[in-house]
Design a binder for this molecule. Structure first.
Ligand code: ATP
Length: 199
């Protein structure tokens, strides 16, 4: 699996639709300070489900939408599509090419798509879990991330090893099952209360 293409529209400094093709091997992005290199990395993390505006160097999520310049009006939404080659079947889907899209409007409303079909953020997170690619994946090492990992709380550092070992998906499923169990227990208590009142 490798990144094939990144399409950006209205995201941060990218007011026009920009398509970046990644070849196999190493791609380096160079440019003057403030030209938008880090915004490209932010776009990749954002489309993979990043929910923290702070970690995208903004105050709120709308800050990722192009805010206008001296010559251009602000845009109403931002959209990023990441296309991955999956001919080795590394992603658990039958498609040999997988595209994921995220769109956010000024109202704060978000949309997610896998291969142009609407989906939930959860579906995107599940698609990438244990591949090392997710927003918390070890394949994206930002500035200062190495020091951050070294100075992390042992429990958080363990999360990185769990992702690499491929057990994160079971951990997430366990957490979901526990949440359902708690809800069910609450419902049982409520039903018992109602029954007691009826008796
Ligand atoms: P450096 O080499 O200094 O790290 P860089 O090439 O990584 O710089 P970025 O940090 O990616 O640059 O881009 C910063 C630019 O993006 C700034 O000029 C900033 O004004 C612009 N920018 C960020 N968010 C928005 C937005 N919502 N709308 C318009 N422009 C934005």
């Amino acid at each position: 699996m490798y990144l094939k293409r990144l399409e950006i529209y209205g995201f941060k400094s990218f007011a026009d639709r920009v398509c970046i093709e990644f070849d196999k091997g190493i791609t380096a992005i160079v440019g003057p300070n403030g030209s938008g290199k880090s915004n490209i990395a932010d776009a990749i993390r954002w489309v993979l489900g990043e929910q923290s505006a702070k970690s995208l160097r903004g105050g709120k999520m709308e800050d990722v939408i192009f805010s206008g310049s001296q010559t251009r009006k602000p845009l109403g939404f931002a959209e990023v599509t990441l296309v991955l080659d999956n001919s080795d079947g590394a992603l658990p889907t039958e498609y040999s090419e997988v595209s994921i899209t995220r769109r956010v409007f000024r109202s704060g409303e978000s949309e997610y798509y896998i291969n142009r079909t609407p989906c939930r953020l959860k579906d995107i997170v599940e698609l990438f879990v244990d591949t090392g690619i997710g927003k918390e994946g070890y394949s994206i090492i930002g500035q200062g991330r190495v020091e951050e990992i070294l100075s992390m709380h042992a429990e958080n550092r363990r999360g990185i090893f769990e992702e690499a070992a491929g057990i994160m998906k079971y951990k997430l499923r366990k957490e979901e099952a526990q949440r359902k169990l708690e809800k069910t227990e609450e419902n049982i208590v409520r039903i018992e209360d109602i029954l007691a009142e009826l008796r």
